[in-house]
Ligand binder design. Structure first.
Ligand SMILES: Nc1ncnc2c1ncn2[C@@H]1O[C@H](COP(=O)(O)OP(=O)(O)OP(=O)(O)O)[C@@H](O)[C@H]1O
Length: 599
């Protein structure tokens, strides 16, 4: 009973979950399952006229042979068919062919709906992830996100698969039960009562076995403890001859365990041995009562029995599927809470469209992570179009946070960031970000061709090829590409393993130049590049100055010499700003930094 209750509870909750994605499709699944069960059942009823023909040795069966299913015979009679052998066999064939079609349709729908269901979950999570607030993302569990989007989705799909198995088998069970009742209501009732009684007998035995297994675990644990102690205290026990008494005590425990295990063995053997004779005993008793006392028809009883047998097979499949379903169903709860938590922290977006980024102004801007950890204080800064500006400062001084604010990934806690005199809070972020190129410290290289890496899977038409070539030229990659055997179609390999650090950096630059952007955010690589590569990269950056607004985080001060503005950050505050010459003269910290890097 508890199992059935649990099954129904889980069943309904999960139905609602699948229904929220599949809607009316769930009803289609249910209807096709019912159809399969009905056609199968009706096909089986045709065994009865066959049996009655054999029993009476007549060439035709009467409608009474089918009991409550007599309507099938009458229906056939109405269309001018007598129930002879050929008609019976053909009708059976028609029902089973019909069942075949229904089964095909049901399986087909299941596969299609399963894919639809999973796509919907994936879309929902991808949308939520794309729309996720960056600050929430930084504190989210990256492993969980990855696992849920790949492995867990797979497990939710499995849950649906086993659920639809269960759904189909349950419908079959109900259909068979209904058919068994229609075939011979009295017989069905008696069988159910008999089954219920035997179940009572078994459930008391199950309870006993369960209690015994608890006892066994307890005794085993105790015994383990005593054995460990006999080793630990061996010297004392031996020296005082107490080991002899201890031996007797240990042997008693061994006997105790053996006794419980034997009791359990007897119980389970009794259950195993009794199950079938008991069931058959019930069936025999019920058939005898039906035929001898209640004068029922043997043929309809046989049919009812056949349905019971089919029903029993469906029941054991339900149990197997349910166990499997249970092992996957935890993933449904996990997926629900995961999707909910992603959707709970969406990015806040404004309506003001930015078609090109001109003036950038930090106005008394402060920023705190999680409303307490203040990392930027009272930042005031003006960046004019096509200016180049470098942020420098110790590790943790807030440089990356500033870049994140500029990209709209983080929003100012106090003060404001104005883009073309409009607050970043009111700006529509997707179009704004399309105007931004971002060259990260670790170059982003996809496992694909050079062309796709630069154009991010743009169409390879004439116009795009010209843009591609221009980007390649500007980022000093022309000679590199002419050395490649497949030119722009050369595959770069996973994370660019076949490329040097400098080449990767320049491909990242080419990607940003291919786009039509106004500003370039650059997080300069800290990893030691050889002097030649460093010089090359420096040259490619220098060439871009004056063409784009360049905002960079500079670790090597050699790169900041030609910048229009250098901003020295210290513990989240602007310590000094100006061009290279002014800063050397006005800031002792900057002068010290320069001398420590021997420039
Ligand atoms: N997601 C976060 N949550 C809380 N605090 C953070 C988070 N990210 C950074 N911080 C803190 O903010 C401060 C500034 O970090 P930021 O990354 O901006 O410094 P940085 O100057 O770029 O450092 P580095 O040169 O080492 O990259 C640091 O104290 C850091 O610990």
């Amino acid at each position: 009973m508890k199992l059935i209750k649990n099954i129904i509870k889980k069943y309904m909750g999960s139905f609602a979950y699948y229904y929220s994605y599949l809607g009316y499709r769930m009803w289609f699944l249910l209807i096709t399952s019912i159809l399969v069960g009905l056609l199968d059942g009706l096909g089986l009823t045709m065994f009865i006229p066959l049996l009655s023909m054999i029993a009476s040795d007549q060439a035709e069966a009467s409608s009474s042979a089918l009991g409550n299913f007599g309507f099938i015979v009458e229906g056939l009679n109405n269309i001018g068919l007598e129930l002879n052998l050929v008609v019976v066999l053909m009708t059976m064939l028609v029902f089973f062919v019909g069942k075949g079609f229904a089964k095909f349709f049901e399986r087909y729908l299941r596969v299609v709906y399963q894919q639809y269901f999973i796509s919907r979950i994936r879309f929902e999570n991808i949308d939520a992830l794309v729309n996720y607030n960056y600050e929430a993302f930084t504190s989210a569990d990256a492993g969980k996100i990855q696992n849920t989007l790949s492995g867990e989705v797979e497990r939710v799909m499995q849950s649906f698969r086993t659920y639809s198995d269960m759904l189909q088998q349950s419908v079959m069970l109900l259909t068979y039960a209904a058919l068994a009742v229609i075939s011979s209501p009295q017989f069905a009732m008696l069988i159910v009562m008999g089954g219920f009684l035997t179940n009572l007998l078994f459930s008391s035995m199950y309870k006993k076995t369960k209690l015994l297994s608890f006892d066994l675990v307890k005794s085993n644990n105790l015994f383990q403890g005593f054995i460990i102690q006999s080793v630990a205290f061996y010297k004392y026990l031996k020296a005082t001859a107490s080991i002899i008494d201890y031996k007797r005590f240990l042997k008693e425990k061994v006997n105790e365990i053996e006794f419980i295990t034997r009791k359990m063995g007897i119980l389970s053997s009794i259950m195993l041995g009794m199950r079938e004779p008991l069931m058959i005993g019930v069936v025999v008793a019920v058939i005898l009562i039906q035929v001898e006392l209640l004068e029922g028809s043997l043929a309809t009883i046989m049919l009812s029995l056949l349905f019971f047998y089919r029903g029993l097979t469906a029941l054991s499949s339900i149990q197997t599927s349910y166990n499997k379903f249970l092992s996957f169903s935890g993933s449904i709860d996990n997926m629900k809470s995961f999707t909910k938590s992603l959707q709970a922290s969406p990015e806040v977006n404004g309506d003001d469209k930015v078609s090109s980024i001109q003036n950038i102004e930090f106005k008394n801007l402060s920023f705190s992570y999680n409303k307490k950890n203040t990392v930027l204080r009272n930042i005031n800064l003006n960046i004019k179009p096509k200016q180049s500006i470098a942020f420098i400062g110790e590790s943790g001084s807030g440089k990356t946070t500033l870049i994140n604010l500029l990209a709209g990934l983080l929003k100012p806690s106090n003060g404001d960031l104005l883009i073309n005199q409009k607050s970043i809070h009111s700006i529509e972020l997707v179009n704004y970000r399309r105007r931004i190129g971002y060259i990260t410290q670790e170059p982003i290289i996809f496992d694909d061709t050079l062309f796709n890496n630069v154009t991010l899977w743009d169409q390879k038409n004439e116009e795009n090829l010209i843009r591609f070539q221009e980007a390649i030229k500007k980022s000093q990659l022309s000679s590199f590409i002419s050395d490649l055997s497949d030119k722009e179609e050369e595959r770069i390999g996973n994370n660019g393993v076949t490329l040097s650090g400098g080449q990767k950096q320049r491909i990242s630059i080419a990607r940003e130049l291919y786009k039509d952007v106004d500003i370039l955010l650059m997080d300069e690589a800290t990893s030691a590049l050889d002097t030649k590569t460093e010089k090359n990269i420096q040259k490619s950056i220098d060439d871009l100055k004056g063409e784009y607004t360049i905002i960079m985080i500079a670790h090597r001060l050699s790169t900041v010499k030609t910048c229009d503005q250098i901003v020295l950050l210290d513990k989240g505050e602007i310590k000094a700003k100006g061009d290279y010459k002014t800063l050397i003269e006005n800031s002792s910290e900057f002068a010290t930094m320069i001398s420590s890097q021997q420039l």
